[in-house]
Each structure stands twice: as structure tokens, then as C-alpha cells.
Design a protein around this ligand. Structure first.
Ligand SMILES: [Zn+2]
Length: 59
């Protein structure tokens, strides 16, 4: 596991969770709402993991 700080908020934390970030794209007048999942694995602290949209990578 790279480093020991959260890739999202940069807090030092030994208890990081491997996630893939999810971008929520809001609905517009001509496009329905959608989600984009990034391929890159990031390591987040539990606080970010519970607060921001993400999905856990396949193992
Ligand atoms: Zn964090």
C-alpha cells in the first residue's frame, strides 16, 4: 500500500481503504444524470470513504 496518508484529504492515517473514485455528473436539460468511475485505485481514510462517492475495486 503506497504511503500512509489519504489520497483525498491528505490526512495521515494508518487505516486506509482502497477505493475507486466515482464522479457524479448531474442531470442537465439534455443529458440524464450519470456516474463515472475512475480506473485508478486511491487510498482513502474512513472519513472520506463514508462521505464521498466511491466504489471498492474488484479483488
Ligand atoms: Zn481522507
Amino acid at each position: 500500500m503506497p504511503g500512509s496518508s489519504c489520497d483525498n484529504c491528505a490526512i495521515d492515517d494508518d487505516d486506509l481503504v482502497a477505493v475507486r473514485r466515482v464522479y457524479r455528473i448531474p442531470e442537465t436539460w439534455d443529458t440524464p444524470a450519470s456516474e463515472q468511475v475512475l480506473d485508478e485505485i486511491e487510498y482513502w481514510c474512513v472519513s472520506c470513504w463514508t462521505q464521498y462517492p466511491n466504489t471498492t475495486p474488484p479483488t
